[in-house]
Design a protein around this ligand. Sequence first.
Ligand SMILES: *[C@@H]1O[C@H](CO)[C@@H](O)[C@H](O)[C@H]1NC(C)=O
Ligand SMILES: *[C@@H]1O[C@H](CO)[C@@H](O)[C@H](O)[C@H]1NC(C)=O
Ligand SMILES: *[C@@H]1O[C@H](CO)[C@@H](O)[C@H](O)[C@H]1NC(C)=O
Ligand SMILES: *[C@@H]1O[C@H](CO)[C@@H](O)[C@H](O)[C@H]1NC(C)=O
Ligand SMILES: *[C@@H]1O[C@H](CO)[C@@H](O)[C@H](O)[C@H]1NC(C)=O
Length: 951
Amino acid sequence: MADSSNGSSSFWTQGNALLRKNLTFQKRKVKTNIRLISVPFFLCLLLVLLQTVINHELDKPENRCGCICVDAQCHQKNCGIQYSDLDQVSSCPIPNPPEWPPVLQIPAPEYRAVYTDVIPISDLPSESCRRTGSCPVTMLLTGNNKSLGEIFAGNMLKNVFTRDDSDILDNLASNVIMSLKMIQGSESKTEISNFLDPAFFSDLPIYNLQSQCTSNSTFSVDVKETNIIFRQEVRCAQGLRLWRNSSYEVNNELFKGYRKGNIEREINEIVAAYDLQNSNGNNFNISIWYNSTYKNDTGDQPVGLVRVPRSLNLASNAYLQFLQGPGTKMIFEFVKEMPKPETQLRLDVSSLIGTLFFAWVILQLFPVVLASLVYEKQQNLRIMMKMHGLGDGPYWLISYAYFLTISAIYMLCFVVFGSVIGLKFFTLNDYSIQFVFFFIYINLQISLAFLVAAMFSNVKTATVIAYLVVFASGLLGGFLFQFFLEDTSFPRGWLIVLELYPGFALYRGLYEFAQSSFTGNYLGTDGMRWGDLTDSTNGMREVLIIMCFEWLLVLLFAYYVDQVLSSGSGKNPLFFLKKIQKKRPSTFRKSSFQRQDSKVFVQMEKPDVIQEREKVEQLLLEPNINHAIICDNLKKVYPGRDGNPEKFAVRGLSLALPRGECFGMLGPNGAGKTSFISMMIGLTKPTSGAAFVEGLDIRTHMDGIYTSMGVCPQHDLLWETLTGREHLLFYGRLKNLKGSALKQAVEESLKSVNLFYGGVADKHAGKYSGGMKRRLSVAISLIGNPKVVYMDEPSTGLDPASRNNLWNVVKRAKRDRAIILTTHSMEEAEVLCDRLGIFVDGSLQCIGNPKELKARYGGSYVFTMTTSSDHESDVENLAKHLSPNANRIYHISGTQKFELPKHDIRISDVFQAVESAKSRFTVFAWGLADTTLEDVFIKVASGAQAFNVLS
Ligand SMILES: *[C@@H]1O[C@H](CO)[C@@H](O)[C@H](O)[C@H]1NC(C)=O
Ligand SMILES: *[C@@H]1O[C@H](CO)[C@@H](O)[C@H](O)[C@H]1NC(C)=O
Ligand SMILES: *[C@@H]1O[C@H](CO)[C@@H](O)[C@H](O)[C@H]1NC(C)=O
Ligand SMILES: *[C@@H]1O[C@H](CO)[C@@H](O)[C@H](O)[C@H]1NC(C)=O
Ligand SMILES: *[C@@H]1O[C@H](CO)[C@@H](O)[C@H](O)[C@H]1NC(C)=O
């Protein structure tokens, strides 16, 4: 062992040790990692394949702008709208878009404002006009100067309509020269693009707005645009201009026009309202109200244009005529779309079905992190590390950073790969948004894994449940959550509630990315940009905020749960309220004291045990630095469950161990040895009593004790994929060994437990035999010069040679430290231990060095003789003859064992007696043995148990 004195290791040393171990561990999992990373790889590949197939389908001529061949061999083709059918036309180029007369948006006759008792506005027409469809369309005016307003209103509409064939609509297609005499209006809604204005291509009539309608003002015209001809009806709509005293009144009236439900009596729509404000001869200041929702907005498509320009032109013209007289005109000839190049039908599969796939890909990390965390818990490795000095801080920091790195690399591969093969989902959306989103999400996911890991102790269960959750989250997201998302009537508030579930938050984020890239791809624009986050329909912002908060909360909560639940520290759930914590044990202690003291009196302690107790009391009064371990009346009571009485596992144990001593704990199974060790290594808390290790109290300073403690647990706690050397390097680093000292210590340690030669040290611990694992565990417990070492049955399963070897190690190791060792091998106890205690039913029955014990409890020879069963009584007589106090302790089919007090007999007498017996009857075998420790053990154990049964 290295003799260099090493203090307790720092935060960073511990972190370094854990990090190096994790990296080695990770290196071993290459196959698993490749499998993990290949999942997104294959999924992306699948998407690309699908995309190729779909692109191929879309690229067929029937999906492109129509063409016809000019010559027989089809060397030359003419393409364009005129050769296309309705399916193809949308992809044709439109180099010269048609010009359309500007149209005013007019409410349908059944919605136009009328006087009703619900909306009693006296200057509106009576309701009866709705039946004949002849209601006038209303415009409202207001401003500071009513007389100006009236002149203005008069200029807006012509009084009489005269049908003038030179400028009616059928000229539209060829020569667009629109007369200002007609103000067209339509109740049709605008479309996404106005290449074909729906006003002229729908079943709805075109309205001709006049101040007064006459009988001949309804007629039909043919509208022709390229190869589409539509017969359109032109009707008259009378315009009603009403003055209101203030914009307040206008607002009020407009609001009443809002369609609540479909009760017709409550609908009162107007065309537009004009506020002239402070306009006068020198100043034209107008604001126009119009209905901005009057457009075909089906939700999943971009909105159409709103018909505002005509309204503005109307007002400008009216003002101009007020200034310059009736002859003046400001001609508004046409509105026209921008030219459009030939487009291809494009469908981005990754955006369309990617959301669910990508959600699975990302969620997949969750079981991986969880399994890794639960593995350390299941194998008790976390506690093992803790017992060798790994603090919670470094553990959390390094584990978290470790999983974060793995997740980040995974996500990076995913995004880079997706981008390289050209998935629009990745390439169109801003990478910085993707980075922020994915980064926050993986953090949240890791925190969740830490939290959930506290609930599982079995890797298989945890993994299976986690995969189920992943699968279900994806499906629920895809088929339930998305349904709610797209249902505009679903309350937004509930969506946010749903998004509190991280799986749905992830789904929402991916969904937004997909939507942006889909429309971006469709319209040939960009995907999501930071600016889009301010858009109220974009859920990305709320998702980011939710995930950020959740991440912090979950992380804090996970840490808290870990502190409360992890058996290493097992803090009170209210550990941060120190005061409460202090009160509780003291009250508890009192009651358990009273209950047990009666027992102690009944069960009279042996003088050696009493002496040890006195020594402890003495030591507590006058502390002595020589003693590494002092246990003062340590008790452990397990509360009764299911109607069973309380179980006293340890009933007041007092023990003082100086440095350099190896104390052997013997006892039958279930005697309480393991409970005792568990308390000493901090796995459980004592019910009452105290113990001090190197002067530190195990109830309050366990973390300090861990840095000078070594444990060889009963079951080997090893990482299957790490080698013996790596185990020792890790624990050595935890114990603050560095550089060459570490290397030397590890090598010596490997040599001492016979794991150095033949490449054993560099084999995976999972491939070790039981004995090799045992030896490695012992080596781990001794590395780094711990001051106290607990060994729970260190030599079980070892062959005699290895066991001898191990004994030598322990003998050498005990020189400057205290060792507590439990064993079932009396031979081992005799060889290794300076003192022994026999522990039965929760208390020490005797304590002392092996020789003393043998002398005290032995003091007799065991005489064995085997004869035929006929001569059993002869043998008994023989024994009685040798010593009248002979006591038969064993008897079965001719073999009998007797205890002969040492002071009664001489060995030569026994030989003589046997010789003479042999002459009388046949003796198959005989023997005489000194008492062994085993006899002492059996005697003490059975004596104590018999006593307990009686009491
Ligand atoms: C209102 O407008 C009319 C017409 O321009 C003008 O003659 C009159 O002076 C204005 N009244 C006020 C109070 O400005
Ligand atoms: C508007 O003002 C005029 C004159 O100031 C008044 O006679 C009329 O009642 C007012 N109209 C309303 C609806 O308040
Ligand atoms: C136009 O009217 C608004 C509202 O009355 C007023 O705030 C603004 O100053 C006016 N502008 C001019 C140039 O008079
Ligand atoms: C505006 O138009 C929409 C139809 O697109 C209609 O539902 C709504 O009631 C109208 N609002 C007003 C105030 O007329
Ligand atoms: C809105 O546009 C879609 C096609 O884009 C059309 O099918 C639908 O009939 C239109 N709805 C109205 C109310 O104009």
